[in-house]
Design a protein around this ligand. Structure first.
Ligand SMILES: [Zn+2]
Length: 324
């Protein structure tokens, strides 16, 4: 059963009518359209779509980045640094995780006491649901929704907060995606984004050269390529990053076509390689990769009626703001 707290913020994506529980799942009280609720997931989209590579990715790397499944607490550190929110900010709030993937950040928000609508376009929602259930959460506190930002099944001005970490640049229209998410937040509510930053440094990254080809490849071809690149270059990246100081890190970053990140240096060899493979596939396979500049995201948020816009001091472009 979908709980009342969730029905209170959901709406029909076609006509914005109220939704009520029905035999099939939920039914729009205005236009009569029904949406299925199966295996813990409320679905507003059916077909495979541009987010397919993420479905594959997050169903394969089911728990790799989940803090409850490793000792790194990397997702918690990222969440705290990128949103700037703590438990006091989140406890009792109704919050959207926009582009939840397999739920690595949904889990953090739930632990901090929020009620979370975890929304994603890809079939990673299935892993998100099983991960949250296995972590001990129930539909008293979360609902997993498969839907598009462009046909949002959430009422405008209904949420206390919304966050979307690492997602906007992978949508076909990042500005429109931001506007759709922003419209859901109540006056006085808050929003947080982390996106790939558009600046000169992005051209140091192998991915934008590889992607001129790889964005057209199938997910299976990208998977094989990511395996090949990781198996070939990871051992060298490991040595460069672990033992050769700053010069090693620079050489690795500029010349090796894999996603060896700073955080991977602090892990054991096998975990570091798994995270590198995950991030390499994540670099090469998405249909869209459209970085955003600081100036753009500040302007977009202002145009959506947000103030108190702050850039967080953490790698990448993390911004939070409050709705006026
Ligand atoms: Zn409707």
């Amino acid at each position: 059963m979908i709980k009342q707290w969730a029905l209170d913020v959901l709406c029909c994506p076609k006509c914005a009518g109220a939704l009520a529980t029905a035999e099939e799942g939920v039914r729009c009280e205005k236009c009569g359209k029904t949406y299925p609720y199966e295996n813990g997931i409320l679905r507003f989209v059916e077909m495979d779509n541009y987010a397919e590579s993420f479905g594959f990715q997050w169903n394969h790397f089911k728990k790799t980045q989940h803090d409850s499944a490793n000792e790194y607490a990397h997702s918690t550190r990222r969440f705290l640094a990128e949103t700037g929110w703590n438990e006091q900010d989140l406890a009792g709030n109704t919050v959207l995780d926009g582009g939840c993937g397999n739920g690595r950040f949904t889990e953090i928000a739930l632990r901090m006491g929020a009620k979370v609508i975890a929304l994603d376009l890809s079939n990673a929602v299935e892993t998100c649901y099983s991960n949250m259930t296995e972590a001990g959460f129930t539909n008293e506190n979360f609902l997993v929704v498969q839907a598009s930002f462009y046909e949002m099944p959430v009422r405008e001005k209904s949420l206390d907060k919304a966050f979307s970490l690492g997602v906007l640049q992978h949508t076909p229209n990042p500005r429109l995606s931001l506007e759709k998410i922003a419209s859901l937040v109540k006056p006085g509510g808050a929003i947080a984004f982390w996106v790939y930053e558009k600046n000169w440094k992005m051209w140091m990254d192998y991915r934008y050269y590889f992607r001129t080809v790889t964005k057209y490849l199938s997910k299976n071809a990208n998977w094989k390529l990511s395996l090949f690149l990781t198996h070939t270059f990871f051992p060298l990246a490991w040595v460069l990053n672990k033992y050769l100081g700053l010069p090693g890190k620079v050489i690795s970053r500029v010349f090796l076509p894999i996603a060896f990140r700073r955080v991977h240096s602090s892990m054991g060899y096998a975990d570091s390689k798994t995270w590198t493979l995950l991030d390499t596939f994540d670099n090469l396979s998405p249909r869209y990769d459209l970085p955003i500049s600081e100036k753009e995201i500040f302007q977009w948020l202002e145009a959506c009626g947000f103030g108190g816009i702050v850039r967080q001091s953490t790698p990448g472009l993390a911004v939070k703001a409050t709705k006026k």
